[in-house]
Each structure stands twice: as structure tokens, then as C-alpha cells.
Ligand binder design. Sequence first.
Ligand code: ADP
Length: 618
Amino acid sequence: MLNFRDIPIGQKLMVIVMVTTTVALLLAGTGIVIFDSVLFRGYLERDLSALTRIIGDNSTAALSFNDPKAAAETLATLRARSHVVNACVYRPDGTLLATYSRAGATNPCPLPASPHVTDAIRFGAGDLTVSHAIMLDGRRIGTLMLLYDLDEIGERMRLYGGIVIGFVLISGLVAFLLSSQLRAIIATPISQLVRATTSVSETSDYSIRAHKFSGDELGVLVDRFNEMLSGIETRDDTLTKALSDREEALHEAETSRERFRFMAESMPQKIFTATGAGHTDYVNRQLTEFTGLSSGRFRELGWARCIHPDDAEQNIAAWKHSIETGEPFHFQHRLRREDGVYRWHLSRAYAMRDEHGNISMWIGSDTDIHEQKEKEEELRRANEDLQQFAYSASHDLQEPVRNVAIYSELVAMRYKNVVDPEGQKYLEFLTEGGRRLATLINDLLAYTRAGVLEGDVPLIDCTEVLKHTLTGLCEAIRENDAAVTYDPLPEIQMGETHLQQVFQNLIVNSLKYRNEKPPRVHISAARRGAAWLISVQDNGIGIDPQYKEKIFGVFKRLHRDEKYTGTGIGLAICQRVVERYGGRIWVESRPGEGATFFFTIPQSAAASQTAKAESSAG
Ligand code: ADP
């Protein structure tokens, strides 16, 4: 059965109007009928009191003369009132004087009321009993009893009921006709709103608007609905735009990803990408072919499985460090080829960051440096051999050369007067040559020792080392009328002899490569990232910037004249020492403007080891 709630609003309105009208009319009709019956009962009471009084008055003579016939005639006048069932006149002693009964009446005449009761009306179930005391000269001479049926009330109620029903029907019809016309006032805007809502939901076209018919609540509803639609339309437009932008961005991202893959696949290097958390999510063909692992397998096992066990731990630690800090990953490791052979690779990875600065991915490459590494190893060995040879040679030569120098000086001194002037000149050459040879051998020995690190690197006070160096140089400083000043210097991890060598060579050069002005040398230090930066500044002749790298080479000198003597090994020693500690040395200068030599020393032994490893790898 169709639920009332589910029927269309138009019909619902009609039903409501009809039910309301009918109920209202029925209630009104019932009220009228009830009111009328109450009024009628009052009217009947008054009417019957008057009637019994008249009949009683007319019966006084018959009662006085005890004339039943006259009394009966009087009572017979009641025939005109069809609802009088019967009427009786009783003598004071309660005996019946006369009676009247309606034709066909079966009810007996009501018994006389008690002598104390004068006039009374008593309603029964379907009738009414009226008693009237008949008086003469203030004395009760008889009682009139009258029985009246109440059919009249029923008739009236039926009549009124019929009228009410008739009214209800007519009113219902009128209400039906009127409401079927008027319901459109409410139903039309609602169905219009429903139509608009339906088409919006079916077509998702938020430009549709409902038509406003009135300024009442429905009109307000339509306004709000339209406002809501325009809000949704704006939001929908924004959303559509955002979606299309996103799609475009996705497309662009897809294109660049494709481009990246194409590039990665066509490159000779092994390329990989990893998530921000460091999980490999792409490897190129070169890497899968080299390792013999499919890209899925590679991702599943992780690259650590392909790395030589001796390199794995350090490699993982370095990778973790990069993931945590976002610093570039640089590492040399041995990567296992499909056939089980390990080859050296230089692995690098760089973090890509999103607009918030978070790492979105890592892009990395593995470059085969096996040959280079082997050559490096060969070179290192050859270098070591050479160094060993240079060390042994200079060490073994030291004694004979010193002898040559000493004896040539002795000969020059003792036989000065024996040989002719030309011989004396030769002897001077010999002495000078021997001295220079001894210096050269000494410097060479110092150079070969410069790169040797022994045991743990201690923490030393630079100021103390500098002071010690300056004490050794006090004669030269005094001779040159020089001034050496310094700022507070830090404690660094470095061999004392090595730092002294560096300070000594740089300060000696500052005194040596002076101009006419008294030399002014200043040493200072500053932090540079994880290292200390120490500088030695002078006011000497300066260096042409084009030679700023060349001067650090062994035997590289810019001055050959007598004024500036030297072997060309001092700066090479400095460079060797500094680089052994993972540092760097360089000069900034212009001719005539003095020179400033800078060198860095990493602050911790670990940092120095890393720097050293990098410098040897690079
Ligand atoms: P040496 O001093 O024995 O010649 P070095 O290796 O110490 O050798 O120096 C190499 C060259 O660098 C020097 O010959 C000199 O030309 C130049 N040089 C070094 N220090 C300075 C300086 N403080 N001012 C100008 N030139 C310098």
C-alpha cells in the first residue's frame, strides 16, 4: 500500500485540505446538533410545563366536581400533540380521574408523583415524564401526569445530521475543487524545485537554477537552493580547474619520468633511483644486466646484496648518513657482476627535494672505475717504490754528499794559497756545489718523510708549535728585520713535526721572497665547515696568479737568480703534509702585493680520514 508520506505533495495537500475540511465541518455540525438538542430539551421543558399547567387549570372544575368525563375531554385536547403518549389526572388520594392515551400507545400512564412534589420533569431513556400539581385556592386538588416520547429529538437530530452531511459533502466538493486549483500555488514551486534538483543530480550541471514563484518560505528555499548551486558551481569550477592542473602536472611528471627513464636507459652508467627513505625503486638496464638481477629482484633484495662484503658495512653507514642528512652520497665499492666477479664502482647519489624542502627521491649512478682503480693501485705501488727509492737514495747519499761538501770546503781552506786563482775558483764551485747538493738531499729526505703518518694523530696546540718554529727562525727574523705576528690559534689534530714543517717553509718563504720593505708576516686561523683554515700572510714580492698551482710542484721555482736561493721543494712538502691530513693548500696573491698561503686541516681524525679517502679517490 502506498504510504501517505510517499504520495506527491499536490495529492498530499488535497488530502490534508479534504480531511481538515471534513473533520472541521463534521465537528461543527456535531456541535450544532448537540447544541440544538440541548436547546430543544430546554424548550421542551418549558413547553410541556406550560401545556400541563394549561391542562391542569382546565381540569380544576372536573376535579372539583369529580367529573371524569369533563376531565377526559380536557385531556383529549392533547391529541393535537402527537408526541404525548398518555396523560392522567389523579385525585388527591391518588385514584385515577381521567386518562388519555395516544392511539396505539402501550405504555401505562405514569403513576402520580408524591404529594410533596408539585411540578417536576424527569427525562427517561426514550421519554419524558411531567407531573403537575393541580391547585385550587392554594390547595392541591389533583395531579396531572403526562408521558411524552422523545422521538422529536431523534427526528431533529436526523434532520440536522442529514443537513450537516449534506453540507459536508457540498463543502467537500467545493474544497476539492478549490484546493485542486489552489494547491498549484504550493505544489508548483515545490515540483519545480524537485525538477531542478533532479536535473542537477542527473546532469551534474550546476548552472541550472530553480525558478522563484513567491516571496514566502518556498521563495526563500529557492533562493537558498540557487545560492547553494552557485556555491557548488564555483567550487566545482575550482575543483575542475585543480583537477585539470593536477592532470597536466601528472602528465608532465609522467613525461619527465619517461624522459628520465629514456636517458637513464641510454646512458652507459648504471643508474638507480630510491625513495626519500632510501628504498631502491628503479634500476636501469645496465645495472640489471651487470648484476644479472631483474629490476624486481633488485628492488626485493636491495643493492647491499651486490656489494663486496668488505665494503658493505661502510657503504650502508654512508648511505644511512646521506638519508638522514640529505648530503650527497659518494662511495667507492666493489659491485658483484653476474658471473660473481667484483668490479670497483664509484657510486654517487643526490637528493631531489620537493617545494617544502623534503627529500622526494634520490638519483644515483654507479660508474665502473675498475681499470682506473687498478691503475691507481699500480701507481700507488710504483709511487711507494719510488718514494722508498728516493728515501733510500737520499738517505744513503746524505753521508757521502756531506763528506764531499766538508772535504771540498777543507781543501778550499787548506790549499787556498797553493792553487792558482783559477784553481781557487774551481774549488769554490766545488764547495758551493757540495753545499747545495747536501741541502737538496736534505730537502728530498724531508719530502719523502712528509707524507708518512705514524700512529694516532695527536691534538696539538698550533700556538705552541708556531712559537717553537719561530724560536728556530729567530736569527733569520732578526737578520731580515722582520715582524711575525699571530692571532689566537686553535688546537688541531696533526703531527707536531708536520705542522712545524709547514709553518717553517711558509715563514721562511715569506722572509725570503721579500722586497725592500721589512717583512711583515701574520698567521691567523678561522673555522671553515668541519675544518680549520690557517693562513700565513706576508707583504713580500707576491706571485703571479698564473703560477699559483705550479709552485706547489717538486723543484718548481719562479726565481732562478742568486737573490732567492732554494731547491723548489718547500711548498711541495707543505702540500704533501696537508693533503696527508685530508686538507688543502693554496695561495692568493698578486705580484707586488704580498702573498697569503691558506691551508685547511679537518677537525677530527675521522673527518681527515674521509677527506683523505676522497682526495685519493678523486
Ligand atoms: P724554494 O723556496 O726553495 O724555491 P718553494 O717550494 O718553497 O721552493 O717555493 C716555490 C716557489 O714559489 C719559489 O721559488 C718562489 O718563486 C715562490 N714562492 C714561495 N713562497 C713565496 C712567497 N711567500 N712570496 C713569493 N713567492 C713565493
